[in-house]
Design a protein around this ligand. Structure first.
Ligand code: FAQ
Length: 329
């Protein structure tokens, strides 16, 4: 990948065209291999910087768009307690988005640029948030499955080689585990309730199971970034490894609820200790990330409106900052 640059020390690689010095690249890889954290002001390959901006900004956008499916139930939560818990969770997601945008900004990209890419439809965010929340049980399923999958993917990110991202992930993961527990608790209550409530829980599991498995990304053979991201210790496990860990942890939790995952091939192999799974519908995944999922258009339209409606807040904050700076000067 970088062989063109063997004798071009000091040359920048702003276009990612491979003109970085082999010695710098080797020294960088040595630091990564030694588990040293890379910090914002350290030298890093341009492709490493761009990979992180891509992943961290997509992650931030996911947290922000991810507030919408749950926000849909805030006014209809079944009790004051459930409403307060859901509100706190959604506010946590906003906070996660902000830490992540801040972590990405340390790599030299501006918040405006990242938000602009989200609003124009150029940037990706997690496929999972393009599915609708049609019943209260979906709020339980999001906490249990979506936050559960997010934790499985994000705990290893606490050990990511890039310091600011890894540190942001520590707090995020603590909050995600509270989110997962609250979702499971909603389903425990529904599954102990009437036959109708239990059927609602099963229906939510049926609809969220496969999209949750898709959150981990394409299969390893189709994942274009995994090999390099793992060599740089941005990712610690492959997409398929994390998906398998999630299935192994989650199926017994479904059994405890008295629910069944919607996959007849999801059976424990006693020899390997792993559950099998049927073929994931990758065509559906591709359509959703191309913008053709059930709610893509609605999610972006709502985000654009919220951004426009919030213009006065940004203007007021800017004017206040200017006033303070003038006073200080
Ligand atoms: N959706 O080569 P790979 C949450 C894209 S946060 C959409 O395998 P990579 C909290 C990928 O970007 C959930 N796009 O890529 C919450 C790439 O496209 P590009 C978000 C996807 O980066 C809970 C292409 O496919 N979490 O849930 C998806 O090595 C409840 C090729 O894929 C994170 O972002 C997908 N599912 O691995 C909030 C965690 N999968 O960029 C509210 C950090 C793949 O070349 C309520 N991110 N793509 O155009 C990661 O760990 C990685 O980026 C992966 C993808 C694992 C998502």
């Amino acid at each position: 990948m970088y062989t063109q640059g063997l004798d071009q020390k000091g040359q920048s690689d702003a276009k990612g065209d491979g003109l970085e010095a082999a010695a710098d690249l080797a020294a960088f890889q040595k630091r990564v291999d030694a588990e040293e954290k890379i910090e914002a002001k350290d030298w890093m390959p341009e492709a490493y910087r761009r990979t992180l901006i891509r992943q961290i900004s997509q992650h931030a956008h996911s947290e922000i768009i991810g507030m919408q499916p749950e926000g849909n139930w805030l006014t209809r939560a079944p009790s004051l307690k459930r409403k307060a818990i859901l509100l706190a969770k959604i506010q946590d997601e906003a906070g996660h988005g902000l830490y992540l945008y801040s972590a990405a900004e340390t790599l030299g990209v501006s918040r405006d640029e990242m938000v602009g890419d989200l609003l124009s439809g150029k940037a990706k965010y997690s496929s999972i948030f393009n599915y609708p929340t049609v019943t209260w049980a979906d709020i339980g399923a999001i906490g249990w499955l979506v936050d559960g999958a997010a934790i499985m993917n994000q705990i290893p990110l606490c050990r990511c080689s890039y310091g600011p991202y890894s540190r942001a992930m520590v707090r995020i993961c603590k909050e995600e585990s509270f989110h997962q527990r609250q979702g499971y608790d909603i389903l425990v209550e529904l599954c102990k309730g009437t036959a109708e409530q239990k059927a609602m829980a099963q229906d939510a599991l049926n609809r969220w199971w496969w999209p949750s498995l898709m959150m981990f990304g394409p299969s390893d053979k189709d994942s274009k970034h995994s090999a390099q991201s793992m060599a740089w210790k941005i990712k610690r496990f492959s997409n398929d490894e994390l998906r398998q860990k999630f299935i192994d942890v989650t199926v017994p939790q479904a059994e405890f609820l008295g629910l069944k995952v919607p996959d007849d091939e999801c059976v424990l192999d006693k020899k390997t200790g792993h559950y099998g799974h049927g073929e994931i519908d990758w065509q559906e995944f591709i359509e959703v990330i191309k913008g053709n999922g059930p709610c893509n258009k609605q999610r972006l339209a709502k985000r654009r409106k919220a951004h426009d409606d919030g213009a006065w807040v940004r203007e007021a904050a800017g004017a206040y900052a200017e006033k303070r700076a003038a006073k200080a000067a």
